[in-house]
Design a protein around this ligand. Structure first.
Ligand SMILES: NC(=O)C1=CN([C@@H]2O[C@H](COP(=O)(O)OP(=O)(O)OC[C@H]3O[C@@H](n4cnc5c(N)ncnc54)[C@H](OP(=O)(O)O)[C@@H]3O)[C@@H](O)[C@H]2O)C=CC1
Ligand SMILES: O=C(O)[C@@H]1CCC=N1
Length: 271
């Protein structure tokens, strides 16, 4: 392994998020991965590039992953994790992306001594534009943290926090954030059709507008508020729309409530 190459990975769960990360890592040159996933169809898009096994007992005997990425549903953690305890050791870091699941509970299920990092990525990882916030658990070495940072950095931006409780609001904001943006595209398309635009044009416009705005935001040094102001001509059309959306009881209140609800759900999932 060179300084820039990715270590052999064991991915546990190759659903929507595990699959998105794997796509990003393969694009970045990951060349050895074993995927524990009961559904062959979930891994079909990666055929020939990874080894799928249906359960932990089928992991090749000599396989020594640098990282075990836990991408199963939080509700499956208690039943699933003990089978991976044998992999715990200085050469292997466990990287959990499960919403809510606390580091302490995961370490207990992994035998008590495992090095566990709790992280919250998002699905733009599939195109290496993800954003992940990670928190190291007790006993994570500098080398293990550096390895996780390299892995997560290969699929987008990474930020670290030392306080695990911060991962709950992170889950609500950036973990689930793409869903809110895709909802915006859905609603923009619907509203366009309501104003008489043809359905296919409405769909193209909504997608391109959200994607183009995201690209501009990424490329610009201006604040998101300034980019909004740049669109809003005095006494023009956008001003009328924003008067509806920015009314205190409209988007500002709805988004605050939505993020508070998701944060609370993340705390509940600690279980
Ligand atoms: N989706 C997202 O945008 C994000 C998700 N996450 C987190 O990622 C995790 C996965 O979410 P998501 O990808 O959406 O969920 P999915 O259900 O799409 O993926 C989980 C996959 O793991 C499979 N699976 C179930 N049990 C096992 C097992 N014992 N061993 C291996 N694989 C198993 C599931 O099969 P089956 O369907 O039969 O259960 C499924 O294919 C969750 O903990 C979630 O909180 C984090 C950030 C963002
Ligand atoms: O909805 C969820 O619970 C997961 C965590 C963040 C995004 N998806």
């Amino acid at each position: 392994m060179t300084e820039t190459s990715l270590p052999p990975l064991l991915l546990v769960g190759c659903g929507k998020m595990g699959g998105a990360m794997l796509a990003g890592w393969l694009e970045r040159g990951l060349d050895e991965a074993v995927v524990v996933e009961p559904h062959a169809a979930a891994v079909a898009g990666f055929a020939g590039r990874v080894t799928r096994v249906p359960d932990p007992a089928s992991i090749p005997a000599g396989f020594r992953p640098g990282a075990v990425v836990l991408a199963i549903k939080p509700q499956e953690a208690a039943a699933t994790l003990p089978a991976f305890a044998r992999l715990a050791g200085p050469e292997t870091v466990f990287l959990s992306i499960m919403a809510g699941r606390a580091i302490g509970g995961m370490r207990a299920a992994l035998g008590g001594e495992a090095a566990v990092i709790r992280a919250m990525p998002n699905t733009p990882a599939a195109v290496r534009q993800g954003f992940t916030v990670a928190c190291p658990g007790p006993g994570v070495t500098a080398a293990q943290r550096a390895l996780a940072d390299r892995l997560l950095g290969a699929i987008g931006e990474v930020a670290w926090v030392e306080e695990e409780g911060l991962i709950d609001p992170v889950t609500a904001v950036s973990g689930g954030g793409p869903a809110y943006v895709f909802l915006l595209a859905e609603l923009l398309e619907k509203a366009a059709v309501e104003q008489g635009l043809p359905a296919d044009l409405a769909r193209r416009m909504a997608r391109a507008t959200v994607a183009g705005s995201g690209a501009l935001l990424a490329a610009s040094a201006e604040s998101s508020a300034q980019l909004r102001i740049n669109v809003t001509s005095p006494k023009g059309t956008t001003e009328r729309a924003l008067a509806v959306l920015m009314a205190p009881e409209a988007w500002p209140a709805a988004l605050s409530r939505a993020i508070a609800a998701a944060t609370e759900r993340s705390r509940e999932l600690a279980g």
